[in-house]
Design a binder for this molecule. Structure first.
Ligand SMILES: *[C@@H]1O[C@H](CO)[C@@H](O)[C@H](O)[C@H]1NC(C)=O
Length: 293
């Protein structure tokens, strides 16, 4: 059967390209309302251009947040954010994926504000089966309050990649073989919020929020979601293995992406739980793969 041979050849070609790696597909600009709804303090979310841009406002009464309508098992999730400008000390802007149960999985971006002219910190974390404590912290190579930048997560059965613009800043590999849980059977929703965390956020809580500067405003656009939508109770994705983010190209970073990740590592890292021997006298098992970066 000629067509069968052809399919087999194609399969071989795909296998040959297994280590190629590729950048995620370009996100599509979609308005807020397509994929998201407000979570709380609805009057603190402002809409512009028919909802293609929004702002979250934080004042001394409340912060606010929003969440995806759907829940997802794997995919590519991104948004463009312009962080709170000026004196943002004490504020935290977060963008994260989380499942809803007690032993929850979570993939976090948290942007810790600072005094005017002082650098933001981007903290990332990964929770699997309710266990987190995997913080990494970096400075950004640009001022995140000046322009929109895209922040995104690629999540499949093989890896979770955090991207800032197109640059991978963190990879969490599936280390099931090392006895580490990996998120694979609990659908997650996407959340974002702006709130006051001046008990810990800036210089460990030393810098307090200056409420005379309120409201603090974070701006958002391009609410791209390309994921396998699943009911909250689902244990697997109906199209598992068939979508672009499942394919060989997305199971590992390519050499170019690793170079960029190493660049972030060497120039911008402030903290990595994997190298914190005070906190972890024995290195957490998944860190073997983090070190190989
Ligand atoms: C805020 O600025 C100080 C001083 O430059 C710096 O030590 C700190 O890491 C910055 N970021 C946060 C979130 O504390």
């Amino acid at each position: 059967m000629a067509s069968y041979t052809w399919i087999r050849t194609l399969g071989l070609l795909l296998m040959v390209s297994a280590t190629m790696g590729a950048a995620p597909k370009k996100p599509v600009d979609v308005p807020f309302g397509r994929n998201y709804v407000p979570t709380w303090a609805f009057d603190h979310i402002k809409y512009f251009n028919g909802g293609s841009e929004i702002q979250l406002h934080l004042d001394k009464y409340t912060g606010t947040g929003f969440q995806s309508k759907g829940s997802y098992l794997f995919g590519h999730f991104s948004m463009q954010i312009k962080m709170v400008p000026g004196d943002s000390a004490g504020t935290v802007t977060a963008f994260y994926l989380s499942s809803q149960n007690s032993e929850h999985d979570e993939i976090d971006f948290e942007f810790l504000g600072n005094r005017t002219g002082q650098p933001y910190i981007l903290q990332t974390n990964v929770f699997t089966g309710g266990k987190g404590d995997r913080e990494q912290r970096i400075y950004l190579w640009f001022d995140p309050t000046k322009d929109y930048h895209s922040y995104s997560v690629l999540w499949n059965l093989y890896q979770i990649v955090f991207f800032v613009d197109d640059i991978p800043i963190r990879v969490f590999k599936n280390s099931k073989d090392l006895g580490v849980k990996f998120p694979f059977d609990q659908p997650m929703k996407i959340y974002s919020s702006l709130w006051n965390a001046d008990d810990w956020a800036t210089r460990g809580g030393l810098e307090k929020t200056d409420w005379s500067k309120a409201p603090f405003v974070a701006a958002y656009k391009s609410f791209h979601i390309d994921g396998c939508e699943a009911s909250v109770e689902a244990k697997f994705c109906a199209t598992q293995g068939k979508r672009w983010w499942d394919q060989n190209d997305y199971r590992d970073l390519d050499a170019f992406q690793y170079r960029r990740l190493r660049w972030v590592r060497s120039k911008y890292t402030i903290y990595n739980y994997c190298t914190d021997r005070t906190r972890y006298p024995t290195m957490p098992p998944e860190c073997r793969r983090d070190r190989d970066v």
